[in-house]
Design a protein around this ligand. Structure first.
Ligand code: ADP
Ligand code: ZN
Length: 729
């Protein structure tokens, strides 16, 4: 069996696993049912795709949306992997052809929709597959659809439990990004997982920055500015209603920003066309209704902007989570306005079921609490999913980057609360403010509240300023509000302390200074100006290649891959192959065209090429090299190694055999030099060699070499032996 790390580089071009992937893959390959809970962008797909490639037989992947299936299959094919889907979009001939391929062992992965899976024809197909080539595994993607408690319940998913009984040999893998406890339990029981391996990842997405902005007259201008800051960057904007989606996308077009609408009021053809144009980078901005987001798996969305308020925090986390799946920095911005709250309140009031109404009202309060919070946004969001963020300051949300300045507003608070007291705690905020500002209304005159001592004592502040104060009091628990839908203000014991002058009131100043954003991405490299321009240029090439092939640009290469290319400007096959995201298939397909473009660009702009990757800094306390290693020839090899060259490159540079270089490096390790050999030998070989050395012994290398075979060179074995001896205390 191919070693899994080697397969990772070969098929997908990655050198290492993302957190949790390897453990899950090992369990699945040992035929154990597994449950994978990872946030969007966590790398769930790989946990079934790699086992599907390595295990004998065909893997079935249940996926609820045609668009997502297409996308996955496109990406797999770009990596040269035999995958396809069967769904209602196919004509009978094509379907029969694909079914034939499944039975004949021509496929490794087959994607299907849940409703199709359990009809008798399809079950018969699975039986035939089982008999002929075997089923390697059954993966249930978006597994939360099985639960009524999730946000996307699909009754068809309920039937999937039957699969577990029907195909007991194949491991079932359930995957989701939805985290609430209740949904989790539903998945385990409904899908009848047998003693599953459960992997629950942290939901933190460090590459996403969170920000809440007040929604007011200036918001549209801010939105336009945000979109112009990163021209061409894929952005999803969520709005509340179809009408606002249509209006906003039209207005943006007027202002020269290409934007397309996406909502349930459009025909499904229009919708998929717009989605397609967004996915293919023809149009950078997609404006969608909040209720209608699923199906967009574009990995390089750089911002998700809620121009209207989301209905609940779980939905917000899902929607905003569509940003930055590729791990590069991305922004999540929410415009929060009290007008939206009124709209949502109204909708909640329309609900007939009392229980539903209650849940919706509670969810709305959570969104408001998030938006008004002065604490770290990430903490609040993760807290909602029961996770505690360890750091105090995440350095990547507005509140952490720019803590609000607090002002002493004790006197105003006393005026406000005393007005609540004098009107007998029977009114909402708007009325209290009217009294404070001395409004001349019928209602006030009827109540004789124009004769109160607090009437017109607050004319110096605007309505908005009073609202800001009132909300801060509520939010800090210094004032209460009835939960009966009327939001009547009530004093509590903290309010009374304020009135008795026993407590001061601090309120965040209303204007925050300009935000400075930290650019956090898991492995995002900083590009200098030249590399940035080459990156943009390579994106252009990627788009042309993708259009020719009829696939989305990210199927050709991810942004992260192009960024490294723009920085290293590879020319040799060796260096091109080391770039993350370049697997064997893409190496063959794109080496010439991309390196030629890089060369032409660099020659035109006078840039150097084949720049070595940045290597880790040398440890400070490495022991001084011993005599043998300090011979000049080894030191030359060491110097080239330290510039980041591979063994082949050092050999070429020095006009020596690669095996000689391997010997040098092994001796350098023996002499105490800090050399990271996992980068030098083919990926995946280290553990295999180490394992063989331990089993067979490392005095003489011949037996180890003959056990491992052709693919493993003496040099590599020797390097691993040196490294292992080095690791011993
Ligand atoms: P999820 O389904 O959990 O949202 P995906 O499976 O779509 O996540 O993966 C998210 C992104 O991470 C994709 O762009 C994918 O190519 C990339 N990715 C997955 N595994 C790795 C890995 N081991 N190394 C680097 N990138 C990876
Ligand atoms: Zn924070």
């Amino acid at each position: 069996m191919e070693h899994i790390e080697q397969a990772l580089k070969h098929h997908f071009g990655y050198d290492s696993f993302l957190a949790g992937q390897q453990q899950v893959i090992e369990q699945v390959m040992a035929s154990r049912d597994s449950f994978v809970l990872m946030p969007t962008g966590g790398g769930k797909s790989l946990t079934y795709q790699l086992p599907a490639l390595l295990m004998p037989g065909l893997a079935i992947i249940i996926s609820p949306l045609i668009a997502l299936m297409h996308d996955q299959v496109d990406r797999l094919r770009a990596n040269g992997i035999a995958a396809t889907f069967i769904n209602s979009s196919l004509n009978p001939t094509e379907r029969a052809r694909r079914e034939g391929a499944a039975i004949n062992g021509k496929l490794k992965m087959l994607y299907v929709a849940p409703e199709r899976l359990l009809n008798s024809n399809f079950l018969a197909l699975l039986e035939a597959v089982q008999e002929n080539v075997g089923l390697s595994l059954l993966a249930v993607d978006e597994a939360h659809c099985v639960s009524e408690w999730g946000h996307d319940f699909r009754p068809e998913y309920r039937q999937l439990g039957r699969l577990r009984d029907r195909f007991p040999q194949a491991p079932v893998l359930a995957l989701t990004a939805t985290a609430t406890e209740r949904v989790r339990e539903d998945i385990l029981t409904q899908l009848k997982l047998r003693d599953p391996y459960v992997h629950i990842a942290s939901f933190n997405r460090p590459n996403l920055s969170y920000e809440v902005r007040p929604k007011n007259q200036g918001s549209y201008g801010e939105l336009v500015q945000l979109l112009r800051e990163q021209p061409g960057a894929s952005t999803i904007i969520y709005c509340f209603s179809r009408k606002s989606v249509d209006d906003l996308s039209r207005t943006l077009e007027h202002d020269g920003i290409h934007a397309l609408p996406y909502h349930a009021g459009m025909t499904s053809e229009q919708r998929s066309e717009n989605q397609e144009r967004f996915i293919r980078d023809d149009v950078p901005v997609l404006v969608a209704t909040i209720a209608f987001g699923m199906g967009i798996g574009k990995p390089d969305v750089r911002a998700v902007i809620h121009y209207d308020m989301p209905r609940n925090l779980e939905g917000y986390y899902q929607e905003s989570g569509r940003a930055g799946r590729d791990g590069l920095p991305a922004r999540c911005i929410l415009f929060f306005g009290y007008g939206d709250r009124v709209k949502i309140d109204y909708l909640i009031g329309q609900k007939e079921d009392e229980q539903e109404q209650f849940i919706a009202a509670q969810q709305l309060r959570q969104v408001i609490a998030y938006s008004e919070s002065l604490a770290c946004r990430r903490k609040v969001l993760l807290g909602y999913f029961g996770e505690t963020l360890r750091e105090e300051n995440c350095s990547n949300c507005d509140n952490c980057l720019q803590p609000a300045l607090l002002e002493d507003r004790t006197i105003d608070a006393q005026k406000f609360l005393s007005c609540v007291a004098r009107t007998q705690e029977r009114y909402g905020m708007r009325y209290i403010i009217d009294v404070l500002r001395g409004a001349n209304t019928q209602k006030i005159r009827d109540n004789s509240h124009d004769r109160l001592s607090t009437y017109a004592i607050g004319g110096e502040l605007s309505v908005e300023e009073w609202q800001h104060l009132g909300r801060s009091l509520l939010q800090q628990g210094l004032l209460s509000e009835s939960a009966d839908g009327y939001s009547v203000l009530k004093l509590n014991w903290l309010s009374r302390e304020i009135l008795r002058k026993q407590r001061d009131v601090q309120v965040p100043a209303r204007t925050k200074t300009a935000q400075t954003r930290g650019d956090k991405g898991s492995d995002a490299i900083m590009l200098d100006r030249e590399a940035q321009q080459l990156f943009q240029h390579l994106r252009g090439l990627r788009k042309r290649v993708a259009d020719d092939m009829g696939v989305p640009p990210y199927v050709v290469f991810a942004d992260a891959t192009l960024r490294v290319m723009a920085q290293q400007r590879p020319q040799s096959r060796e260096q091109f192959a080391t770039i993350p995201g370049v697997g064997s298939n893409k190496l063959e397909a794109y080496f010439s065209i991309f390196t030629a473009e890089i060369r032409a660009y660099c020659e035109l702009h006078n840039l150097s090429m084949e720049i070595a990757p940045q290597i880790r800094e040398k440890k400070e306390h490495a022991p001084p090299p011993r005599a043998k290693a300090s011979a000049p020839t080894r030191l030359l090899t060491l110097a080239l190694y330290q510039q980041g060259l591979s063994i082949a490159e050092i050999a070429r540079e020095r006009n020596l055999q690669p095996s000689t270089i391997e010997v040098h490096l092994a001796e350098l390790i023996d002499a105490g030099e800090d050399i990271d050999i996992e980068k030098l030998i083919p990926p995946g070989q280290f553990t295999v060699i180490a394992d063989a050395l331990q089993r067979i012994g490392s005095e003489v290398l011949g037996p180890v070499k003959s056990e491992l075979g052709e693919e493993y060179s003496y040099g590599a074995i020797r390097l691993v032996r040196s490294a292992m001896q080095r690791r011993l205390p």
